[in-house]
Design a binder for this molecule. Sequence first.
Ligand code: MG
Length: 219
Amino acid sequence: MEYEAILFDNDGVLLERTSSDRSVFEAAIRDAFGEHGVTAPDPEHVADLVYGVTVSRLTTICETYGLDTDSFWLSRDRACSQVQRDAIAAGEKGLYPDVSALDELERPTGVVSTNQHPTLTFAYDRLDTPSFDVVQGRPMTVESLRRKKPNPYYLEKTLHDIGTEAALYVGDSEHDVIAARNAGIDAAFLRRDHNDDVSLSVTPDHELSSLYGLSAILE
Ligand SMILES: [Mg+2]
């Protein structure tokens, strides 16, 4: 298949994950609760707000404390974006070395991530990234949670912005592979140390052990 554009997930593909992410995010979420006058949130609620939050779970948690969902979520996203920006600025979170492989792709590229959009723009301003034609992060709204992968919403929006339907999406999670399928495009599953032993319920069109492997797919 001839791919006219290559799209990438961000975290775990371009930008390094850090082992301390969970505890740092939990601290950020406690700060967000604190901004709304909740000084001792249930640890289970804090943990549930780190990854994979659904609108229904968020709504239930906010109801427990009498919080406005939109306003609390904005605080949560701002706090979680800030800790990532701090880690990037401190040099604790950088690009994977094989991102340099993107210099050779010679076709439009984009990033489609459910990380907050301001986190991505900060990272790409600071770090020596290739220039992407489109960077599509997640707006810091409750509505954006309904559109997270495997929902193809942001992938489809990016395909439209680039002007192609013949693209490849490179990701490191099952959600990425399913989102690509839902958007009608091919997926390449990238295995790194953090997901080396993951087994998938869906079969990606390609598997990679490094972004340098893209050139063989694109030949
Ligand atoms: Mg990822």
